[in-house]
Write a protein that binds this ligand. Structure first.
Ligand code: NDP
Ligand code: 8X3
Length: 250
């Protein structure tokens, strides 16, 4: 069994890599930080008796995505599970003051990157008449919150794409679903606030956020259902968070 996980250098993607490795999947892991990918490969291959293939690319660059995926052997292309996880939020500004470069980065990563990878991998899945795709959306793909504008739009697009892919891939027995988390403590806020650790810490102050393993376990559960069962959609929130903007803090 092979799982391809995008954005495995950190957070939810890294947790998925560990959990799927523990469950005997061979892995294809991707990201821009090559050193982290190689460290993870070494750790997982030494701990579990599995094979890990590292693909180092910027998901925003279609040519890079294509040539990296084309490096995979015929055997490695038999991907059973694709986890479209790579993504980010950049900034938290109202629309009128938003930065175009942030918006482009989010659209190019969260939407276009997901499309580039999925187009290639879904065609391999069609060839083998087998496969499951899990998209990592967000509660921001279900609700819009103040200053979330373009990040929310990209995650609404992930929600729409999940539904569209499920319809189009139905004749090929490819299952498609999404997981939409609320607050998860990863490098997400550090990235969003461009390395401002104090501001990032404040996001999770006074409540217990999800941890990346909580989300990985949900994704693994979705992929370990029997073949006749597809989990279309899961929203997973910290117990202390009711909506994007309503949470209870001590
Ligand atoms: P992290 O910042 O910890 O991880 C993000 C991952 O995405 C990294 O592995 C990063 O790899 C990869 N990535 C980002 N940009 C690119 C790029 N241009 N090319 C290739 N890979 C890229 O955040 P999370 O684990 O929290 O985020 C994972 C997903 O979960 C995202 O889609 C995010 O939107 C979503 N999410 C997160 C929530 C949260 O509160 N944390 C809540 C809801 C959804 P590298 O930098 O090495 O390229
Ligand atoms: C990340 C969760 O609420 O910060 O997708 O948008 S939120």
């Amino acid at each position: 069994m092979i799982a391809l996980i995008t954005g495995a250098t950190s957070g939810i993607g890294r947790s998925c890599a560990k959990l799927f490795a523990k469950n005997n999947y061979n892995l294809i892991i991707t990201g821009r930080r090559l050193e982290r990918l190689n460290e993870l490969k070494l750790e997982l291959e030494n701990t579990f008796n599995i094979k890990v293939t590292v693909l180092n690319f910027d998901i925003r660059n279609q040519a890079e995505v294509e040539s990296a995926l084309n490096l995979l052997s015929r055997e490695e292309r038999k991907i059973e599970v694709l986890i479209n996880n790579a993504g980010l939020a950049a900034g938290l500004n109202n629309f009128q003051n938003g930065e175009l470069s942030h918006w482009e980065q989010m659209i190019d990563t969260n939407v276009k990157g997901l499309i580039y990878v999925s187009k290639i991998v879904s065609n391999w899945m069609i060839e083998y008449n087998n496969g499951q795709i899990i998209n990592v959306g967000s509660i921001a793909g279900k609700e819009v919150y103040a200053n979330g504008n373009v990040y929310c739009a990209t995650k609404h697009a992930v929600d729409a794409l999940t539904k569209a892919m499920r319809i189009d891939l139905l004749p090929h027995a490819i299952r498609v679903g999404a997981v939409h988390p609320g607050m998860v403590e990863t490098e997400f806020s550090l990235v969003r606030f461009e390395g401002d650790t104090e501001r990032a810490k404040k996001v999770y102050e006074g409540l217990t956020p999800l941890n990346p393993d909580d989300v990985a376990e949900t994704i693994f559960w979705m992929t370990s259902r029997p073949k006749h069962v597809n989990i279309n959609d899961v929203i997973i929130m910290p117990s202390a968070q009711a909506t994007s903007t309503v949470s209870i803090r001590k």
